[in-house]
Design a binder for this molecule. Structure first.
Ligand code: F6R
Length: 250
């Protein structure tokens, strides 16, 4: 595992965007696994800036997102498909047909998950998967559990995740209780995994994921078993790990 520790969120975003842009430049038809949430916003802004300067071309890039809320579609500002259009897809020259997310509007969990699993199989493994990390160590919507769920599945969100996600919803608005998410196998099949974390409230999750035991109670801990993981964390998110390992030189 390669670990980069940056001074702050802006530097974390630039470093992670650098890694993603290197991937696109070296292999323009890369399959990128993407994430939503507050952490990647700065990364997407940076990629858009480099695209604007003519340094990046998304015309052959294919994307597959980690997850989507069950019940929300492109017209809901809180849906992940809306987020992706807002922060990335509508600001670069990616082909709409090359972007993929689970279909939150498909009411039938089994059908929705089967469809997304089949799509992932048909596209082949991700070249690079971007991941944020939840305060409880979740990746995608793989919540702490007694088992690692393998493929795309429907999850019932934990109270802590529902609470954490309330900030994206208007007061009084219902936060969905279910989501469709890539499972652990869908994530681990990526050739390279890029985890980003920022802020002190992620410090426990980062320590438990990368320096604790591998357990489904900390879903991100499974990443220790993947042989090409890059962690880009800012100082605050890495603050409880310094005693375990020195970061790689920048
Ligand atoms: C988002 C996702 C989640 C987030 C995680 C961290 O697609 O799958 O696992 O990466 O909840 O979210 P933020 O970045 O908002 O702290």
């Amino acid at each position: 595992m390669r670990i980069y520790v940056t001074k702050d969120y802006a530097e974390m975003s630039r470093k992670a965007a650098n890694i993603i842009s290197a991937q696109i430049i070296l292999k323009p038809d890369s399959i990128l696994g993407l994430a939503t949430g507050s952490t990647p916003v700065g990364i997407y802004d940076q990629l858009v800036e480099w695209y604007g300067k003519g340094d990046l071309d998304f015309s052959e890039t294919v994307t597959v997102n980690l997850d989507e809320y069950k019940g929300l579609g492109p017209d809901s500002p809180q849906s992940y498909v809306f987020y992706m259009h807002k922060y990335l897809f509508d600001r670069v020259n990616i082909k709409p047909g090359n972007t993929h997310l689970p279909d939150g509007l498909n009411d039938d969990p089994e059908g929705a998950c089967r469809e997304y699993n089949e799509l992932l199989q048909s596209l082949g493994e991700q070249d690079l998967q971007l991941l944020g990390i939840g305060r409880n160590g979740h990746i995608g919507f793989n919540e702490p559990d007694n088992i690692f769920d393998q493929d795309v599945h429907c999850v019932s969100l934990t109270n802590s995740t529902i609470e954490a996600n309330k900030r994206f919803f208007e007061a009084g608005e219902e936060v969905p209780k279910f989501a469709y998410t890539m499972g652990i196998r869908s994530i681990l099949r990526s050739k390279k995994i890029l985890v980003v974390a920022s802020g002190e409230d992620k410090a426990d999750a980062v320590r438990n994921a990368f320096f604790g035991p591998v357990t489904p109670l900390v879903p991100a801990s499974i990443l220790q078993l993947h042989d090409d993981v890059i962690l880009v964390a800012d100082k605050a998110a890495y603050s409880k790990c310094s005693e375990y390992r020195e970061p790689s030189p920048a």
